[in-house]
Design a protein around this ligand. Structure first.
Ligand SMILES: NC(=O)c1ccc[n+]([C@@H]2O[C@H](COP(=O)([O-])OP(=O)(O)OC[C@H]3O[C@@H](n4cnc5c(N)ncnc54)[C@H](OP(=O)(O)O)[C@@H]3O)[C@@H](O)[C@H]2O)c1
Length: 291
């Protein structure tokens, strides 16, 4: 089975490579921006005609949330047009597309009952940022273009690879004695390696080819926390002593507006596929041990 991975140098792309040897029946083809620019349909067609993949995992994305506010065209090109190109080329080659989306498609202000457990796949998106809007546009373009897709929405991704919140906290702790982190944005961290495992579990599942299982799924680690709680746990687990202060979002203004609550309900993915989801603190420990 051939699985083509886009954005192979990003943190999810590298996380897939990290666990790939556990899947000897899969022939992985890793592509980065140079080999396959997802904004260029011809570039995608050339690579697909060479490898004829049964599955494509699209980890490629424009992920600079604040920068997207001033680079909306670029963000749209990669996150929406790029996703649409992949859906089109997957249709041409009858390839199942696994695409990653985000909790930032929600506004985080809803008072709906589902928020007691988190956003469900059926809740109405209302992005508050350019990044969130372009990711939603990507989802919609895929849904319109190619039915054989799994869109996996995730949140607060970190890993031992590339840049992320966990690594930023560790770097700042090595440079400063005190740190302030927002305490009123609530969500769930996701270890990218756990996400990679889930994507490969979906691919290996016997039900994956059945049309009734295509669609949107939520995945993050288990549990709920604020960015402040996340930082506190990172320092606790690493035995780092630092003066860490909780602050409101209003004290840390950013260009892009972020949802105040973006916990994802994972009932659907847990009842559809054979996965056990680790608590975010357990998964963080696993990641920190690898650093
Ligand atoms: N990070 C998070 O907290 C988070 C949260 C929720 C959802 N997600 C979603 O999870 C997915 C994976 O995120 P990640 O954290 O692994 O992102 P990442 O580390 O930023 O990796 C994205 C990769 O895509 C590549 N890329 C950009 N434009 C491309 C193009 N036109 N063609 C091919 N590759 C291109 C980037 O290459 P360059 O570096 O060379 O530009 C980078 O290697 C994304 O869909 C993201 O939206 C992430």
């Amino acid at each position: 089975m051939v699985v083509l991975v886009t954005g192979a140098n990003g943190q999810l792309g590298q996380s897939i490579q990290f666990i790939a040897n556990k899947y000897p029946n899969i022939q992985f083809v890793y592509t980065d921006f140079q080999e396959m620019d997802i904004t260029n349909l011809e570039s995608c067609q050339t690579v697909f005609s060479k490898y004829k993949p049964q599955f494509c995992i699209n980890t490629a994305a424009y992920t600079a949330v604040d920068k997207a506010e001033s680079e909306s065209e670029k963000a749209h090109l990669i996150n929406a047009v790029g996703a649409e190109n992949l859906a089109k080329v997957c249709k041409e080659f009858d390839t199942i597309l696994l695409h990653i989306s985000t909790d930032f498609i929600f506004d985080g202000t809803s008072t709906s009952l589902s928020l007691t457990t988190g956003y469900k796949e059926t809740d109405i998106p209302n992005p508050q940022s350019i990044y969130g809007q372009t990711k939603l546009d990507g989802e919609l373009a895929i849904q319109k273009s190619w039915e054989k897709h799994f869109i996996v929405r995730t949140s607060w991704v970190y890993s031992q690879f590339a840049n992320n919140f966990m690594k930023t906290m560790l770097r700042l702790a090595s440079e400063r004695d005190s740190l302030s982190v927002v305490n009123d944005q609530i969500g769930t961290p996701t270890n990218a390696v756990d996400l990679a495992e889930v994507l490969l579990t979906i691919i290996q599942s016997p039900i994956t080819h059945h049309p009734s299982f295509f669609g949107i799924y939520n995945f993050s680690n288990e549990g709920v926390c604020s960015w402040y709680d996340f930082a506190k746990e990172i320092f606790h687990q690493k035995g780092i002593s630092i003066d860490l202060q909780p602050i409101p979002t209003s004290a840390y203004p950013t260009l892009a507006k972020r949802p105040t609550f973006s916990v994802l309900d994972k009932s659907k993915i847990k009842t559809t596929f054979p996965i056990a989801i680790a608590d975010w603190k357990t998964s963080l420990k696993k990641c920190l041990e690898l650093l």
